[in-house]
Design a protein around this ligand. Sequence first.
Ligand SMILES: [Cu+2]
Length: 599
Amino acid sequence: MHYAGSSGLYFSLAPLLPAWAATGVESRNSHKTKATAIDLTIDSYPFEVNGRIGPAVAINNSVPGPLIRLREGEDALIRVTNKLSESTSIHWHGILLPPEMDGVPGVSFAGIAPGETFTYQFPVKQSGTYWCHSHSGGQEQLGVYAPLIIDPLEPEPFRYDRDYIIVLSDWSFESPMAIMGRLKNLASYYNYEKRTVGDLIQDINTQGFSAAASERLMWGKMNMDPTDIADVTGATYTYLMNGLPSAANWTALFRPGERVRLRVIDAAAMTLFDVRVPGLRMTLVQADGQNVQPVAIDEFRIAPGETYDVIVEPKAEGAYTIFAEAMDRSGWTQGTLALRDGMSAPVPERRKRPIRSMADMGMGSMPGMEMEDHKGMKMGGSGPAASTMPMPPKAEAEMSAEHSMAAGKTIEAIPWTTAVKHGPDHHGVGNAAVAEYSKSRLHEPGTGLEISERKVLVYTDLKSLVVREDLRPPGREIELHITGNMERYMWSIDGKKYSEAKTPMRFQYGERLRLTLVNDTMMEHPMHLHGMWMELENGMGPFKPRKHTIIIKPGERWSVAITADAPGKWAFHCHLLLHMEMGMFRVVEVSDDGEGAQI
Ligand SMILES: [Cu+2]
């Protein structure tokens, strides 16, 4: 048999792809008028990545699983059969439904035992791009995830000619438990790219000796290295687009003049991606399945759990690379948007691995006291925050002097950006570090994207297309700290692992409340609430964007408004799989028993 070029490679892999992800197949199909029962089977599956077979767990023998397509207003009827020898589950991520249909074992349902079939049945009350995944052990990393598209009753408020689903994920031939074991032994196990003596010499040249040395000292004190961006990296992960590694070049076709909608879903276990299509501007139209006022962007960061819908208008000639680079730059995955199958475009140069800044440490974030060093890295370090660190007196004096020179350069004054001094409570033994100053970083694109010439999406760009339904001001505020001990690979909320949290967090049924999160750790955490929307307080007033998953940056404080309209028990957790498994998880109970918030 003859194969030609990359299309030959592609067709040799085609049988492994779910039908919705095959080249040139659009995700749009005919609307159903009545709900049809959907049958899903979860079973072990030999998954091929770059010519090597690994032990996956799949929905209907494909990774990702089949496209689940529903229509707003219908009743979904989905039967899930477990052919594994262990319990399983499917959670409908971002979907508002009765708690017993939410699919989180141990919270509001028992899980699906081996050999059993569980029938999910719920009214579909929303539309947009979503996904589903197992909420049992490490099955999500092993392949149990699938796209979920809900067609709206009303016409979409934007026009497009065709649409494609892009499911990003991370595959490892190591099991999630093995990865966890390695991280428990050595948290930096997958971070090979440590800073070197050469880097120190360079730092001395740019910062001066005492500043460079004291910065090193601080990092040492934190038991972290500024290159620790992701805890699991390309050292073990192969990044996938629609289940294919980069070499397979997943391809989406277009005709000249068309507007193409890309429905991007981050279904990875542990990986935040930076996504762009070099040569094309993207118009963001939905975030987490919800319509937003269109924003023209060149790149966006997406975390596990999030979805973004963008529209691109490729020119008549050529091919475009759809590029998704892991946040820590340890790898990437790519596909191609092309006029014909077999075309390809250049792959962008990989960017340098990013470095954590002082702001990531919750340091030097006094209002109006931020400066940039020569590399564009945000620097802080003077004032009360730094004085708590064991720093040589001379270095402190020098850094203060440096700072006072730069004090005239102030950060953009944004009304909701208020640096808040942390209190004396250090949240127990499960917490190694405390952000001395926390502040909103919603207007920042995030680590590694600070000095991009491209327009990178920031959370302050998100503005709902419609006015929010519940305009009551929050009646009370719950503040939670996102905590961890990196050295021991412990992750928690308010210093307590899930197993140590005695009672659920209580929301009063019907109340409007504000949930404020403060990230005391030096990593991003995509925090996900089940059952209810989080309305991000990003300065948009009555047009607050609704999200189900929101990244909290290191040292950041943000707030969401929530209408507690869904009685029952719901999960609230970090969507990085291993963080959740280690205890960054809580149950929220919505009831009208009159009790206040408890942790
Ligand atoms: Cu996390």
